[in-house]
Design a protein around this ligand. Structure first.
Ligand code: F6R
Length: 257
């Protein structure tokens, strides 16, 4: 692993020269939490994201598991979201993503893995979402939450219009989000119209929050998020309510700051 030579531009913003270095930095912060909790004989509760952004983070964590003996035996995980209407085995389900990029390659206990299910029946979703929130509370909250950011400013699938006090729920996906996913689903008509997502309030309750943004495609929304007042129209602006949030960018994502 090469050591990232980061340029801190503010206390809580790190700009790394490359996507790899930003991902390594992020993975290291997560691994440090896992190890610190191990030393205390406690579980480490991770809030996990999917999408392109965390792929290299998970790759790095898998390397740490294989080469440096990082164990996930004390890890409990909660994923941010899942598309509604698809099965856990669908090739684009977040269940499958997590197995492919992380869970199949580390020693996390299957019973410690939590994701919303895209197969939850509509009339039961409300209850399932309450139970999801309760499970997080049962573990005393999320120790470290990894976030990406959508180009419309969503965090998890809290689309524009999501209120600050929102919790885990079913949400209509924004046309922008569905368009962004159209290619991988093989056409806009195949992209799910809804998702189950942790709320802004759920996320903000995490003890530590890392927002990772990579690449030129994210530069515009990062700039908007930093320049705008808190507004439900750009849900990521709500993160400003917590000055301790850690932002990790590569040079391209930070290029308009
Ligand atoms: C996924 C999630 C989303 C993504 C966001 C960015 O679990 O919560 O908010 O983080 O859509 O996606 P990528 O990383 O694919 O650009």
């Amino acid at each position: 692993m090469t050591k990232a030579s980061n340029i801190p531009i503010e206390n809580n913003i790190q700009v790394c020269p490359t996507q790899e270095q930003a991902s390594e930095t992020t993975a290291q912060l997560i691994a440090d939490v896992i190890k610190a909790k191990q030393e205390l004989g406690q579980v480490a509760v991770l809030g996990l994201a999917t999408g392109n952004t965390p792929k290299l983070v998970y790759k790095e964590l898998v390397q740490m598991h294989k080469n440096q003996g990082l164990t996930f035996k004390n890890v409990v995980s909660f994923n941010l979201d899942e598309y509604h209407g698809i099965t856990p085995d669908h090739k684009l389900s977040y269940h499958r993503f997590m197995r492919e990029y992380l869970f199949n390659h580390v020693d996390i206990l299957p019973e410690n893995i939590h994701l919303p299910f895209g197969t939850w029946k509509k009339n039961r979703i409300g209850q399932h979402c309450i139970e999801y929130e309760e499970k997080i509370k049962h573990y005393n909250g999320i120790d470290i939450q990894l976030l990406g950011i959508g180009r419309n400013g969503h965090i998890a699938f809290n689309e524009p219009g999501s209120p600050f006090d929102s919790v885990t729920r079913l949400i209509d996906l924004h046309p922008f989000t569905r368009n962004d996913a159209a290619d991988e689903f093989g056409g806009l008509d195949k992209v799910p119209t809804q998702a189950i997502t942790m709320g802004i309030h759920t996320i903000m309750n995490a003890k530590r929050i890392l927002l990772l943004a990579l690449g030129k495609r994210k530069a515009e929304i990062i700039k908007k998020t930093f320049e705008s007042e808190m507004t439900p129209q750009i849900p990521a602006t709500f993160l400003k309510a917590r000055p301790d949030i850690e932002y990790i960018f590569d040079t391209e994502a930070a290029s308009l700051l």
